[in-house]
Ligand binder design. Structure first.
Ligand code: NDP
Length: 335
């Protein structure tokens, strides 16, 4: 039976504030993987913010138990009744309900939703694709949205990336810089990670504290565009500092789900706030994002920001990620 990280309900008697679920390694029967035309032998998964919530038993992501965790997978097709996919093909899948309503990628076998499958781009190894994972793919969706808006940056008006040392932020800095943009990286860990961010291509480092206190509804115009991964006061201030007709993408809530903003940037500066969702993104968007990653990511830099853990180390790595003791990307070797 395939070894998997299985999430189970913690039980009715768990104390208030205690984890609502448990996550542990089990031999999970292949017959219980659910319906689907394509079965994949998983080589790698990864730990995103959402995975970290799931693996530490937090509420809000897992909708049904028992459930194999993991919103990402990269592996090889071992069975297919779909004309699009054949045995031996290397594929990847992200989101699409995995680890929420259906079994995910933190197990040796998976039956991901066919609409989420993308062929592994030839430029990337399986491990590199897992290193990018949902974080990289979401960064790419954000960067494509900025490109679609025709945002042009300069030294005086760069593109701001918030939560820059995180998975989404790190890849966004890398991609924007590879596309020739001037990138300002906002981080709460300036002393520790400025060199890291400059290595990824950031031209400026901004201390999170600079945007940490809610300012006026319209502030000095500083950013041509923004890739926000944190929400809250940082996003509200970033909107208020975005230049006329700039575009701000919002994908994350690492700081807060709140948005204590006003409509002023929208109605007086024609700023666009663009939502980014990776989970239900259609196939064309997935493919475009992975094509951008394959074309533009510096795989050497990607390797440098990635560490690999075994299936048995994934829960501990998740606690570190949520505790702010992590940066870059964490690959899980499932094989
Ligand atoms: P990480 O944990 O890897 O990175 C988050 C980063 O946010 C941290 O590294 C830190 O960066 C910063 N941060 C953490 N806490 C705070 C805080 N209290 N205030 C401000 N900044 C903070 O997560 P990911 O990069 O994987 O994901 C980022 C966000 O994007 C998450 O909220 C995640 O749920 C969301 N997401 C959404 C997706 C979608 O489809 N919409 C898909 C993927 C992710 P630093 O120390 O540099 O400031």
């Amino acid at each position: 039976m395939p070894r998997s990280i299985v999430v189970r309900a913690a039980g009715e008697h768990s104390a208030p504030g205690a984890p609502v679920n448990t996550a542990g390694i089990e031999d999970f029967p292949a017959s219980d993987l659910g319906e689907g035309p394509v079965t994949v032998e998983v080589n790698y998964s990864s730990i995103n913010y959402k995975d970290a919530l799931v693996l530490t038993g937090r509420p809000g992501v897992v909708r049904t138990t028992p459930l194999i965790a993991g919103i990402d997978l990269v592996g090889t097709v071992v069975e297919s009744s779909s004309p699009r996919w054949h045995r031996g093909q290397q594929v990847l899948a992200n989101g699409a309900g995995m680890s929420e309503t259906r079994h995910g990628g933190l197990g040796a076998l998976a039956r991901p939703p066919a609409e989420a499958l993308v062929a592994l781009p030839g430029e990337l190894t399986a491990r590199q694709a897992a290193a990018l994972g949902t974080a990289g793919y979401t960064a790419a969706l954000s960067v494509l949205r900025i490109a679609q808006a025709g945002v042009e940056s300069s030294r005086d008006e760069p593109i701001l990336v918030t939560g820059a040392t995180g998975g989404v932020g790190s890849v966004a800095v890398m991609l924007l810089s590879a596309l020739g943009h001037h990138v300002a990286a906002l981080t709460g860990r300036v002393d520790e990670f400025s060199d890291y961010l400059i290595g990824l291509g950031a031209a400026q480092i901004v201390d999170r504290q600079e945007l940490g206190t809610l300012g006026r509804p319209l502030q000095k115009q500083r950013w041509a565009g923004v890739v926000d991964t944190v929400g809250g006061t940082v996003l509200a201030n970033a909107l208020a500092q975005t230049r006329y007709q700039g575009t701000v993408t919002a994908c994350g809530l690492a700081a807060s789900t709140d948005l204590p903003a006003t409509v002023m940037p929208f109605i007086l500066r024609a700023v666009t706030l663009a939502g980014i969702d990776s989970v239900q993104a259609p196939y064309a968007a997935r493919q475009a994002a992975w094509a951008l990653l394959a074309e533009r990511v510096d795989v050497g830099a990607l390797e440098a920001l990635t560490r690999t853990v075994a299936l048995g180390e994934a829960v501990e790595a998740s606690a570190q990620l949520l505790g702010g003791q992590s940066h870059g990307r964490i690959v899980v070797d499932v094989s």
